[in-house]
Write a protein of this length. Structure first.
Length: 393
């Protein structure tokens, strides 16, 4: 029996990035001695008051249908938070609540482009982007990075074609932790105005940036910018799937229609808990920023004694790229050999783009014992050249 062409688009490039990660999770479930540093799920609990609000609502029977775009009090809270962070005057009608930032990116992609269109994204990029941006039938165009994983603005301008509809990026970036600067945004804004491009800014890690905000084009190009975010990283709420999209009203209406036929609304008890989370966002974000600062310094200290590994300190976020080229391996070879030899799961840098093929990505938002154990095992692995030769095949 034949399947839709969609199945190839959603299971293609980027999907293999998670094979080692899922092997490690399965091994850990069996009780194996593995360390999982391949996903951004911090070892913090969701704030107690958020959990208590959800429980309270569940006991009160808040388990029925909710509006597809989200309840008005939640959309009002999101609009206020976005206005404070970006400077954009935001109305609740511009907000659609969705199942995490990933779902919001998916919805934006479907509503902004389609077959025959091109959608651009900045490398390095999160591994779900290829499937997410091409699910509509559009073609994804990669914009290479310049030195220090900054966007190559000259290449961006060259790659724009009459078919280009939108530009997607994440700031702070995953995996590099780089934050787009004002000068870079101004150059991009000029191109967006000239070519009538949509801009989709994935700001799920913005609360982890210094001061809890990143430079934004939302206030400068309010009719062209779509902003995506969630509570997953700032509040340790990855499993709650509480995210949203902020867009011009016309786009928001179409995303709401998509949500009607895809989700039919987030659970009410999660929406009520999200309101509490947003009310306490300043404290939660300060906690996660300090947490990540301490964990990063611990990991950097542990890697200093391994001469063949070069860590790239991020500006923000909970991930770090590590250059493994001095070991004689590329990122994929290092990832597989490290897991097989020492039971440490990381991600292959090539999953994020060509510019990171010689890197691995590590999540440093982990318990101290996991950080220390991973550094010990990685050092031990790098001291054995025969393991490296075996990985090269």
């Amino acid at each position: 029996m034949r399947l839709s062409e969609l199945t190839a688009r959603i299971s293609g490039e980027g999907a293999d990035a998670w094979i080692t990660h899922y092997e490690a999770l399965a091994a850990r479930e069996r009780g194996a001695d593995v360390i999982v540093l391949s996903v951004g799920d911090p070892d913090l609990d969701t704030p107690k008051e958020v959990v208590e609000r959800a429980i309270e609502q569940l006991r009160a029977g808040d388990t029925h249908y909710a509006p597809a775009a989200g309840r008005l009090p939640l959309r009002m809270a999101i609009a206020r938070a976005h206005a404070a962070r970006s400077g954009q005057d935001t109305h609740p009608d511009q907000v659609v609540c969705l199942a995490g930032a990933q779902n919001a990116l998916f919805a934006a992609s479907l509503c902004l482009a389609g077959p025959g269109d091109e959608v651009m994204t900045l490398e390095p990029m999160y591994p779900t982007y290829p499937a997410t941006l091409e699910v509509s039938g559009a073609r994804m165009v990669r914009v290479p990075s310049a030195s220090g994983f900054r966007p190559d603005l000259a290449a961006l301008e060259r790659l724009i074609s009459p078919r280009t509809r939108a530009l997607f990026w994440a700031t702070p970036n995953n995996p590099s932790g780089a934050i787009l600067e004002e000068a870079e945004l101004e150059a991009i804004a000029a191109l967006a105005r000239r070519h009538d491009l949509w801009i989709v800014s994935d700001e799920v890690y913005a609360g982890l940036a210094p001061g809890g905000r990143v430079p934004s084009l939302a206030a400068r190009l309010p009719e062209q910018v779509v902003t995506v975010s969630s509570l997953s990283k700032t509040h340790a709420m990855t499993g709650w799937r509480a995210g949203w999209l902020i867009a011009p009203r016309e786009v928001a209406r179409h995303v709401e229609a998509l949500a009607m036929c895809m989700l039919f609304g987030l659970p009410g008890f999660i929406q009520e808990a999200a309101i509490v989370a947003l009310a306490n966002a300043a404290a939660a974000e300060q906690q996660i920023r300090e947490y990540c600062r301490v964990k990063l310094q611990r990991f950097l200290g542990g890697l200093q004694s391994i001469p063949t590994l070069r860590a790239v300190e991020p500006q923000a976020g909970m991930f770090m790229l590590v250059d493994v080229s001095a070991t004689g391996l590329n990122g994929y070879q290092f990832m597989r050999a490290l897991y097989e030899a020492e039971g440490v799961s990381v991600l292959d840098g090539a999953a994020f783009g060509k510019c990171t093929q010689q890197y691995i990505r590590i999540c440093f938002a982990a318990e101290d014992a996991a950080i220390d154990g991973a550094c010990l095992r990685m050092g031990r692995f790098c001291e054995h050249p025969r393991l490296a030769r075996g990985a090269r095949g």
